[in-house]
Design a binder for this molecule. Sequence first.
Ligand SMILES: Nc1ncnc2c1ncn2[C@@H]1O[C@H](COP(=O)(O)OP(=O)(O)OP(=O)(O)O)[C@@H](O)[C@H]1O
Ligand SMILES: [Mg+2]
Length: 189
Amino acid sequence: MIKICNSPSEFKSELAIYRRQLPFTPQLLDDDGRITLVLEYIEGMHIGEMPQPDFGKIAQLFAALHQLENHHGKVICHYDTNPRNYLFSPGKNRYFMLDFAEWRYDFPESDIIHFLLFFASIYSHRHFCEIFRQLITAYRQTMPINPIEWDILLPEIIQRFDTRRALFGKREQQKNPDVLHNRDFMYSL
Ligand SMILES: Nc1ncnc2c1ncn2[C@@H]1O[C@H](COP(=O)(O)OP(=O)(O)OP(=O)(O)O)[C@@H](O)[C@H]1O
Ligand SMILES: [Mg+2]
């Protein structure tokens, strides 16, 4: 899989993560030192295409990433938590995280909230409550979540999510009658 990055700075960001040879990212096979990455090809599908992704397993990806470094509470955050950036490989029976062009140091809660917002936009309320609990429970087995930080961050991450979705022309939340209900439920950590 050849990825041509949008800019040398995005290339640098991606390389910083892929060079760590993490078990939950595709392996870095080569790079041109400028803009191109050659990555292991993960045969599979992204989690937006799956009827029942395992959110407990996906929580473990976030926990593993967030555990790598901690600078006064800020950790390596994936940031672009679009479901297309999480692949499941049936052959390896594992989930993978990819696309680190936008990663940054931030509060771990912000990554979890931003990730969940995609599913708040597409899942029914019942389904969303279930996966919310699954993800939070599994994440907390490895990493703490600060409920005060969570509540403070929620509105600003919702704003970031909506701005980005409008920018990328995605409007799926308008089609889902449960989106506001799902977002309200996120305050019940
Ligand atoms: N190593 C890989 N193995 C298999 N598929 C991959 C791999 N890397 C990327 N892909 C596929 O290509 C898509 C785009 O890759 P990536 O997210 O890295 O690039 P992007 O420029 O950010 O694209 P997008 O705007 O779709 O996020 C991914 O959503 C995934 O489906
Ligand atoms: Mg991507």
